[in-house]
Design a protein around this ligand. Structure first.
Ligand code: FMN
Length: 175
């Protein structure tokens, strides 16, 4: 393998993991994931991201009911709902808020993989049913917009590292 690529298991080895063992995630690992999320780039360092951490079985199950492609949450010991505070985003811009939350989310996925955890990004925004369902379930304040959820646990499936590199997607020095 290309030597640079072999150093980047955190990137190429991160895959969506949807099956988990029954091992719980300890508080220190949860803290590390949150530290990683909040180490992400953010427009003007406004840090509009907010994190709802779910460790209670009944709450994770209720989240699962709201997400049609989130059934793996039923066996996940941990879930995050990554939210943004629109009033804190750069220029109160939805686009900046979503970009910042996406950067934080990817950092959490990479950190999870590096800690030996498995995780998967679950789409919420801009699906209105999912956004409104989460707003209601967790009684989110008006300014807080749920952006995505992350299902996390120790992996019960093995996935090979990969890239979806496609040379056709690259335009060098002009389109
Ligand atoms: C915005 C977004 C929404 C996603 N929503 C879901 C989802 O609802 N359920 C799911 O199982 N995976 C979801 N995924 C994960 C993708 O299916 C996955 O990243 C993609 O198939 C590539 O596979 P990989 O993560 O293993 O590289 C989502 C990913 C993104 C970026």
């Amino acid at each position: 393998m290309n030597p640079d690529k072999s150093k980047l298991d955190c990137i190429f080895g991160r895959r969506s993991v949807r099956l988990y063992t029954d091992r719980g995630v300890d508080e220190q690992s949860i803290q590390t994931l949150l530290q990683a999320g909040m180490a992400a780039p953010s427009a003007r360092a406004c840090d509009p991201w907010r994190f709802l951490v779910l460790t209670q079985r009944n709450l994770i199950d209720s989240l699962s009911e709201l997400l049609p492609y989130g059934k793996m949450l039923k066996v996940a010991p941990l879930a995050f709902v990554v939210c943004g505070d629109i009033t804190k985003a750069n220029s109160q811009s939805l686009s900046y808020m979503l970009q910042d939350c996406a950067a934080a989310t990817e950092n959490i996925l990479i950190a999870a993989h590096t800690l030996g955890l498995g995780s998967v990004w679950l789409g919420v925004h801009p699906n209105e049913d999912r956004v409104n369902g989460i707003r209601k379930l967790f009684k989110l304040p008006e300014e807080i917009i749920p952006v995505n959820a992350i299902s996390i646990g120790y992996p019960a499936e093995v996935k090979e590292p990969r890239t979806r590199y496609n040379a056709e997607y690259i335009h060098c020095n002009g389109w």
